[in-house]
Design a protein around this ligand. Structure first.
Ligand code: ATP
Length: 219
């Protein structure tokens, strides 16, 4: 059974950095599916700027038409903070035999030991760490040890077992960030070519990142 990638994030908004990462996992790791899971209430950062429904609409628009891309809104439906461990446990009971691979950026991986029940995560899934611009893999400390213990360079390991490996994947470096996109839009500038046009249309029509009171942010 081909592995399922589970790509959680605030996606506030989704951009080509996210999409290219997911696509490369699909293609080079030969995953059967990458599931985008927009989070409801992120436990480790502030409340998202756009509403859950706008973020979901943007993820759906961005992924439509790409075979293997699936959108899963379970974290938006759930009450309370969106813990990855809960999402993975639910997917594990729905797909008892399928390898699962939680996809996270290197920046997120470096904070892993602060995540709720982080050790359980590796019992439920593999972790695919997407190398993001500006971040290096740890070679010391708890995460360095974890990598020495669980790290693999073999794609086959991700297919042959259901969980437990950490795979660092070099993705094409696209230095795009949601924070910068929001700042750009709030300053009255056009985010075109950082994301699919359909996402840009939703940002424009909903006004979700507009500065309050018509302040364009220009100084
Ligand atoms: P910001 O870009 O403002 O830091 P974010 O994009 O990191 O926000 P999320 O939407 O939560 O916030 O990101 C979801 C996941 O995608 C995270 O694991 C993050 O590391 C990863 N990611 C985000 N941008 C990129 C990128 N340009 N290249 C590779 N991975 C990315």
């Amino acid at each position: 059974m081909t592995p399922m990638g589970v790509f959680g994030g605030t996606f506030d908004p989704i951009h080509y950095g996210h999409l290219r990462t997911a696509f490369e996992v699909l293609q080079s790791l030969e995953f059967g599916e990458v599931r985008f899971v927009p989070c409801g209430i992120p436990p480790h950062r502030g409340t998202p700027h756009a509403s859950g429904s706008d973020r979901l609409a943007m993820v759906k628009a961005a992924t439509a038409g790409q075979q293997g891309f699936v959108v899963d809104d379970r974290e938006l439906q759930r009450e309370g903070p969106s813990y990855s461990v809960d999402t993975l446990a639910a997917l594990r009971s729905e797909f008892p035999l399928r390898p699962l691979g939680l996809i996270i950026g290197m920046d997120a991986f470096l904070g892993l030991t602060g995540w709720h029940q982080w050790r359980e995560i590796l019992q439920l899934a593999h972790i695919i760490v997407a190398h993001r611009p500006g971040w290096r893999a740890p070679d010391m400390g708890p995460l360095g040890e974890l990598l020495a213990d669980r790290g693999t360079h073999r794609v086959g390991d991700l297919h042959q077992s259901k969980s437990g490996h950490i795979y660092i994947h070099d993705v094409t470096q696209l230095e795009i960030s949601s924070t910068e996109i929001r700042a750009l839009v709030a300053a009255g500038r056009d985010p075109r070519f950082l994301m699919p046009d359909l996402v840009r249309d939703i940002i424009r029509d909903s006004g979700c990142y507009q500065a309050p009171d018509g302040d364009t942010g220009r100084r």
